[in-house]
Structure formats: C-alpha cells, structure tokens
Design a protein around this ligand. Structure first.
Ligand SMILES: C[S@@+](CC[C@H](N)C(=O)[O-])C[C@H]1O[C@@H](n2cnc3c(N)ncnc32)[C@H](O)[C@@H]1O
Length: 216
C-alpha cells in the first residue's frame, strides 16, 4: 500500500478544518497571562493555515512550517486575505527544523506530531525543545489511547497503527496514554494536560490530549 502524501490529501481536500482549534486560544491566553513573550511564534505543521491569522493578531512574527507544498499554497491564500498578517511560510520537516536554537517565544502544533512513528515523534519533540527559547511556551495536541480508532489498521509498533481504510489510510497514528506522554515531554515544565473528547454522529469517541508546556 502506498501511503497518501499530505499533498494528495490537501488536493482532495474534503475533510480539512477551517476554524482554529481551541488550543490556539489557550496558547494566546497563557502567553498573555504569563507574559512569556509575544514576538515570535511557530505553527509547526500549519497545514492549510487555519491558525495563522489568529496568531498574527497576537504575535509580531508568525512562521508556519509544513512539509506539504499543497497545504502551504492553501495557507498562502488564507493569509493573503489578511493584509495585516506578518506571516512567513516555510516548506520543511518537523524532525529537522531550519531554525536556530531559541528562535521562538511560542509554538503551536495541532494534530501533527502523532502522525509519525515514535522515533520521528521523539526527534520532533527534541526539535521543539531546541527552537523554543528558555521560558518559551508550546501548545500541542496528541492522539489518546481512548480514541475509538485506537488499534485500527496495521500495527507498526506499540500504540502506533496505520489505518488501511478511510481518508487517512496509510498515515501512521500514534496513541498516547498520560504516562507515556509525560515521559516523552519530561524535559519541559508541564503546565496543563487535558483530554479533549467528543462523539461523532455515529457515537464514536474522538479523544486527544491538549498540552501546554514551558521550556525551563
Ligand atoms: C492533520 S493535518 C493538521 C494541520 C494543522 N496543524 C491543523 O490543525 O489544521 C497534519 C499536518 O501535519 C503535516 N506534517 C506531517 N508530518 C510532518 C512533518 N514531518 N513535517 C512537517 N509537517 C508535517 C502535514 O503536512 C499536515 O499539514
């Protein structure tokens, strides 16, 4: 089975979100309350850009990085409608970020990191640590083992499965429990760890971790 590229998924396009994920507002509130700095922010895996305008209303310099050219083309259209937004788009891979150490005050990454095997997830977490400045804040989401799709598809490694049907067939999904997440994020200060859960029209439970972290 040839996995679909994210470019293909963006071209077919039916299922992508438009309004910002609620954790984006949580990052804004946390950064404001804690005066953690509001100059630079990275949207890691920005996709088609649903967070960029909101981020640009609070941070002076917004960078959106994704490894899908098609996603970035769509993101560019979104930000072209917002002429005040100071946004830079970068084609790149989250496991080798093209930024120097301590480049960002804040970082957002929604529904990105867990679409990979554990070795790459660990590299991405190390890269997030590296590019955040000390005192910088990150807001991240991860799949939880309580998701109805846990165990669905071909097992790749413990808690990682590759769905063999559906729109995202071929894209790895790693599912975390709280302990594993805390172990992987142990170099950060963990300010908030919440489960976001909802049911779709068929009654299936979607379950994701929402995490707010600070680099000490
Ligand atoms: C489910 S989409 C989420 C997009 C966006 N964060 C959002 O919430 O709307 C996952 C995104 O992660 C990007 N992605 C996956 N692996 C990546 C990697 N190794 N480096 C950079 N981007 C990656 C994909 O191209 C895709 O745009």
């Amino acid at each position: 089975m040839n996995p679909p590229t994210w470019d293909e998924l963006y071209r077919t396009g039916e299922s992508f979100w438009e309004s910002p994920h609620p954790i984006c507002q949580k990052l804004i509130d946390f950064a404001a309350t804690n005066q953690k700095g509001n100059r630079t922010v990275l949207d890691l895996g920005c996709g088609n850009g649903r967070h960029l305008s909101l981020l640009a209303s609070k941070w002076q310099h917004v960078t959106g990085l994704d490894n899908s050219r098609q996603g970035l083309l769509q993101a560019r259209q979104v930000i072209q409608q917002d002429r005040d937004a100071n946004v830079c788009l970068v084609l790149g891979d989250m496991v080798h970020l093209p930024f120097s150490n301590s480049s960002f005050d804040s970082l957002l990454s929604t529904h990105v990191i867990y679409h990979n095997p554990m070795a790459l997830i660990r590299q991405a977490i190390a890269e997030i640590f590296r590019v955040l400045r000390p005192g910088g804040v990150a807001a991240l989401t991860f799949q939880s083992v309580r998701s109805w799709r846990y165990g669905y598809g071909v097992p790749l490694e413990p808690n990682t499965f590759i769905p063999d049907a559906g729109l995202d067939a071929g894209v790895p999904h790693h599912y975390f429990d709280a302990v594993e997440l805390m172990i992987e994020l142990r170099n950060f200060t963990l300010w908030s760890l919440e489960l976001e859960e909802s049911r779709n029209t068929e009654g299936h439970r979607s379950s994701h971790w929402q995490v707010i972290l600070e680099k000490p």
